[in-house]
Design a protein around this ligand. Structure first.
Ligand SMILES: [Zn+2]
Length: 402
């Protein structure tokens, strides 16, 4: 019996647990009901369990039966547990009715990692090291992973883990059951840009006696797009989107100030470092040209998620070997979304994998995407994800001790 065979025996139980999570989603860093359910599922396994101080995270450590006492090794497996403020419209019989929705499939991640814990506990005699199970709240913009890293999840086994893996299901874009990843950047970095233009108000009929912040700010918005196309390699994209612009109170009054805010996405370490200086230079230049003041602020939201070359290749080999040769597809380019698993991958090598979960009968090219109120995920992928998590840990520890 392979681990995947064992995982298939768990399919109904994992699907039932996932449906229970799905019907009662929680948002952000405080997920008390979800945490209680995860603790209930882990309880019979007798793992070393700790819960977050600042959040409702859960960390469980499984000690392998074949661990080397003198040189212990551990692998970390991550599942996020939080939902989104989306009113569900899937029509599923276990659909959420509380105004939140597991629209990003984190309920499947949580159930899969519980499955992996059960599988690895069952096969613990074969485990050449320890496994840290990281159940994280607040992935959707709350930096739950950052909080857990600060609270010591990477050293939960008593020493630093040697590798970390996360799996993310997709309701569209990949065929059902297909795993995909890549070496290097896998998800974009995200930053917020806040700009305040300080002019001098006046009468709309006499702009020469004022300093109009609106024309300057409008030119800044278009100049930012020129900077993107003129300063960055077309094959290493940068996205700058101004989503907010505020100024003025009346059509014939020049206001004192104008403000706008943008989201910035980059897909390489080079551009993540370069973008701030380039955009700031453009903004200051336009401000000088208009003789207005400008206040420029950048706020980091999510780091670039970078897969380690060895770990990404290793994970791809495990996926092919566990789920079949046809079940792996290399990812051609990074995904234009952001992930706080990046917090883990800045400290330890690892890989972030995606897993296609478009339900049968739906076309992955047109199915509603993750975060949509209509997004549906096929629970049949649960044993695949559970087996993949478990085999990643088992084989990575075997590799380390070989
Ligand atoms: Zn997600």
């Amino acid at each position: 019996m392979t681990i995947y065979d064992d995982a298939r025996q768990l399919e109904d139980e994992l699907a039932a647990f996932r449906a229970e999570l799905h019907a009662d989603p929680e948002i952000g860093l405080q997920l008390p009901r979800t945490q209680a359910r995860v603790l209930r599922e882990l309880e019979p396994l007798g793992l070393e369990i700790s819960v977050g101080r600042a959040t409702t995270s859960v960390v469980a450590v499984l000690r392998g039966g074949a661990r080397d006492e003198r040189q212990p090794r551990a692998v970390l497996l991550r599942a996020d547990m939080d939902a989104l403020p989306v009113r569900e419209r899937t029509g599923l019989d276990f659909a959420s009715e509380n105004g939140a929705m597991h629209a990003c499939g984190h309920d499947l991640h949580t159930a899969s990692l519980i499955g992996a814990a059960r599988l690895l506990h069952h096969h613990r005699d074969r485990l050449a090291g320890d496994v840290v199970f990281m159940f994280q709240p607040g992935e959707e913009g709350y930096d739950g992973a950052g909080v857990m890293v600060n609270e010591g999840v990477l050293d939960a086994a008593g020493y630093r883990v040697c590798a970390a893996f996360a799996i993310h299901v997709l309701s569209a874009g990949l065929p059902n059951g297909v795993v995909s990843t890549r070496s290097g950047p896998v998800m974009s970095s995200s930053q917020r840009l806040l700009v305040r233009v300080d002019g001098q108000g006046g009468h709309g009929s006499m702009p020469h006696r004022a300093k109009d912040p609106i024309t300057a700010a409008a030119e800044m918005v278009t100049s930012l797009q020129s900077t993107v196309t003129r300063s960055f390699d077309v094959f290493d994209p940068v996205v700058v989107t101004v989503g907010q612009f505020q100024a003025g109170t009346r059509h014939n009054v020049i206001p004192d100030h104008a403000e706008f805010a943008a989201t910035l996405r980059t897909f390489s370490t080079e551009n993540s470092a370069k973008i701030r200086a380039d955009l700031e230079r453009t903004l200051r230049g336009v401000a000088d040209a208009h003789d207005v003041g400008v206040d420029v602020r950048f706020e980091e939201e999510t780091l670039l998620t970078v897969n380690d070359e060895f770990e990404a290749g290793f994970a791809a080999d495990v996926a092919r070997s566990v789920l079949g040769e046809h079940s792996y597809r290399p990812m051609p380019h990074p995904l234009a979304a952001s992930e706080d698993f990046s917090r883990v991958l800045t400290h330890v090598p690892g890989a972030f994998l995606t897993l296609g979960a478009t339900p049968p009968g739906m076309d992955p090219a047109t199915a509603p995407n993750n975060h949509s109120a209509y997004a549906v995920f096929d629970p049949a992928v649960l044993p695949k994800a559970a087996a993949l998590y478990a085999e990643l840990a088992l084989r990575r520890l075997e590799h380390e001790s070989a």
